[in-house]
Design a protein around this ligand. Sequence first.
Ligand code: ATP
Ligand code: MG
Length: 413
Amino acid sequence: MANIIKVLKGTKDILPQEIDLWHKLEKNALEIFSRYGYKEIRTPILEATELFARGVGDTTDIVNKEMYTFEKSERSLTLRPENTAGVVRSFIENGMSRLSTPVKLWYKGPMFRYERPQAGRQRQFHQVGVEMFGIKEPTADAEAILLAVNYLKSLGLNDLEVEINSLGCPKCREEYKRRIKEVLKPEFDNLCEDCQNRYEKNPLRLLDCKVETCKAIFEKPEIQKVIKSDFLCEECAEHYKDLKSYLTRLNVKYVENKLLVRGLDYYNRTVFEIKSNNLGSQNAVCGGGRYDSLVKQLGGEDTPAVGWAMGMERLYSLLQAPEPQKLDGYIVSNSPADAFELAEELRSQGLNIEFCLANKKFTKQLEKASKVANYALILGDDEIKDGKVSVKDLSNSNQVTINRCDVVKNIRK
Ligand code: ATP
Ligand code: MG
């Protein structure tokens, strides 16, 4: 065993005993998102590095520290760390701005970030997410949040906390940034190294810092006063107010969090997160917001957009695995050829059937049937001679001998 090759740090196998719950996450996504008019899109995992540098922004942790980037044929390539940039690239490249609005797209799949692995944080993880293009009104923000909440509800997750904030537009945010910088200036030397680096490039990101000493600084009354101050221009304030009134009308409980700024550069106006109290320190299951400038920034037409992404591993860890599905029937017989023939006949009619492929005793086969199937389908010498099957219901041991052609009906009853 000394020489076995192991899975890479921060990556995981999804094992057969875990897959039913993954299928549920995916099935519910398809079902619920379809109800809201979304279509799935599948973009490549590998993209040009420039897409993320320009799309996600080079002041973000994702682009600065976390990307898996390598050279191939003198091109710099990156394993996608998130999928909004890829979806936007595809939206532009495939002329989707000519489609009637809104264009609603959803995706699922692996993302890659070189982070320190810990509970709730992997290097290859999965996201499910949505992007809606073409609507600037707050109805779109409200519908996107409602969709996230309803997807979570469909999984039985009813008690998660929705946090919202508005980052305003580039115009009104500029003044807010200036005020934040000003009030934090005397504290500059006490900020952590990351915050010192962000101070010039992305001062709002400071508010998101998880370092205790920084958090303590932001608690100071004079700094809180600036953080909590109203800076939104009239249009942004109206947009935010309308979003809140839609959420209230639709019974979506939310809390406003002025410190919620999100890690990415591309957001404007609405940002939101959905958190769980049962996840320890990596407690966010969903993050999203409005990104009205990204399509243009990546070379497309000016197109407002809003979207979110959820971490599927974090959803997984909040849920109970469903009972494993049993086979419909397990054929018990001393004649492999007859068992084979019956298995194929029943499989072709949609039943999940197995029989013993190895040469095992009748009693061993029955034992196996009771473990893996709902019914034992017994093909003894008499049954074979008479064209019959003895069907044993393994939940109560009732057994009936019936014509072969009636087996499907009997099992499905
Ligand atoms: P965090 O603050 O946890 O680093 P983030 O802002 O980097 O989150 P997003 O880019 O908004 O996360 O991604 C959306 C969701 O994807 C997160 O809310 C989380 O559930 C999940 N996620 C992000 N990074 C990871 C990771 N390394 N491992 C597992 N899930 C992750
Ligand atoms: Mg992160």
